[in-house]
Design a binder for this molecule. Structure first.
Ligand SMILES: *Cc1c(COP(=O)(O)O)cnc(C)c1O
Length: 464
């Protein structure tokens, strides 16, 4: 039988053999890094206009791979947000530690699927080591199970799903079997200022906003125990390590203590704040969080891993694996770690590679230095922006500074000017009903000089 020739397969084989594409990508990457200091923090209008080059119809036949990569560099690189510039303070986005990027580069070529041990023994091994190291570093309970997901949004979903599974089970209801229709009533208590991903996860899990007990927040965005209703074992209490605007932490000692006396499940959304537990100077902020049942956190925030590095820890491993249960004749669970037992997704890249490499590179003292450095620069920014005549609205306990100008309209105008300047970038928010600017020091690369330049940009903008 005659098969047709397959030219694209031969092309790809050549690409793998001669490495031209990879060398090309490497040289673009190095040039991108070299231009870090001079690149505008946010792309210029011209760079954004250049994105129209991507408005092509799908090619009918193969195109040059080298040209394709060149196009990414020519029109893509200038339209990136310079996350690693040291003067990017948007959201809580973080930067990337070099060893993390390098390890991911290598892992990209490995192209492992971390779903099951038989798909990747190395991915399973590194997840297992990271679980042990992180429990130690963050002072989490020794039996807490660990799963690697895309981010805290999914990690929150995992923690809340485990809570739902466990609480309903105690009420003699198997949620996997019977679903939510007709399920016994469980109570969900949540800060009215919880992160939007918490409300999304609760909606996905079938609770709905109308069924939540919303708890009022104090001036820093924390739950006040004065407003905490009486808890019982049908309760899921959702707390927060690091309010996304103020960086404030709930009083875990008190709240987790109360909840554990009643047998309520506590989930802590610790996306960036849980890392406070890794440094002596900030550890008081997470004091008492060990009494919770589940914790979400992001590697791509405070730890400065590249994106797509969320984590769930659960002190009730059976509840987590029960909630995430999937079975099929072709899925061979074994005695070794099968990563997908702890996550909603099945096929996943080997996220533990850069996590492991970064933890090994930094060690305990390196993580501490990283966390301390972010807090220190946030403190410095807060002092300097006050001297510059702005109003700091939060207690700067961690890496977030929330501030405003004399009037709401001036606040909005100044933020726009700084964002457009390309000198620095932070995002805006609304705080106590008025516009505010939120600056998150979340890049290891941010120096005191970067802060000084950012202050200058704000001073200039405030003169208009
Ligand atoms: C960033 C963040 C999230 C969402 O995390 P993703 O990784 O973006 O999904 C949830 N909660 C808090 C407090 C956050 O800061």
């Amino acid at each position: 039988m005659d098969f047709p020739t397959r030219p694209i397969r031969e092309t790809m084989q050549t690409q793998l053999q001669n490495r031209v594409l990879f060398e090309q990508a490497r040289s673009y990457a190095y040039r991108y890094l070299d231009q870090q200091g001079i690149r505008s923090v946010f792309p210029s209008a011209q760079a954004i206009a250049g994105l129209s080059h991507f408005d092509e119809t799908l090619p009918e036949s193969p195109q040059s791979a080298c040209d394709t990569l060149a196009m990414l560099d020519e029109f893509g690189s200038p339209a990136t947000v310079s996350q690693s510039s040291g003067r990017y303070f948007g959201f809580v986005n973080g930067s990337a530690v070099p060893i993390a990027s390098a390890a991911r580069w290598l892992a990209e070529i490995w192209n492992q699927n971390a779903a099951l041990y038989v798909m990747s023994p190395i991915a399973a091994k590194l997840e297992q080591i990271c679980e042990i190291w992180l429990r130690d570093l963050l002072q989490l309970p020794q039996q807490a199970a660990f799963g690697m997901v895309g981010g805290s949004s999914v990690a929150n979903l995992c923690g809340l799903a485990a809570a739902r599974y466990s609480i309903l089970k105690k009420l003699n209801w198997d949620v996997n079997e019977n679903g939510m229709c007709g399920a016994p009533k469980m109570r969900v208590l949540v800060n009215q200022q919880a992160h939007s991903s918490i409300f999304k996860a609760l909606a996905l899990l079938g609770f709905g906003k109308a069924n939540l007990e919303l708890l009022p927040a104090d001036t820093q965005g924390r739950i006040s125990d004065k407003h905490l209703p009486t808890l019982d074992s049908s309760c899921l209490l959702i707390l927060q390590a690091g309010n996304v605007n103020t960086g404030a932490f709930d009083d875990f000692e008190k709240l987790c203590g109360l909840a554990s006396q009643c047998g309520a499940w506590v989930h802590i959304d610790g996306a960036f704040g849980l890392w406070a537990g890794a440094a002596t100077r900030t550890r008081h902020l997470t004091q008492g969080m060990q009494l919770a049942q589940s914790w979400s956190l992001d590697g791509h925030k405070t730890l400065n891993l590249p994106y797509d590095s969320g984590m769930i820890f659960c002190n009730d491993p059976k509840a987590l694996t029960g909630a995430m249960h999937a079975s099929a004749a072709y899925i061979p669970y074994g005695d070794q770690r099968d990563g997908m037992r702890y996550t909603p997704d099945m096929s996943r890249r080997a996220r533990a590679v850069e996590l492991w490499a970064t933890l090994r590179f930094l060690g305990r003292s390196g993580v501490e230095e990283l966390v301390d450095g972010l807090c220190e620069r946030a403190q410095y920014f807060s002092q300097q922006i006050s001297h510059a005549g702005f109003h700091v609205l939060n207690d700067v306990v961690f890496n977030q500074v929330l501030f405003a100008c004399d009037t709401p309209s001036q606040t909005s105008a100044v933020l726009k000017i700084v964002q457009a300047s390309g000198e620095a970038w932070c995002s805006g928010t609304e705080w106590q009903g008025e516009p505010a600017i939120r600056l998150s020091v979340c890049s290891w690369g941010t120096s005191f000089e970067d802060i000084d330049r950012t202050i200058l940009a704000f001073r200039r903008a405030n003169m208009f």
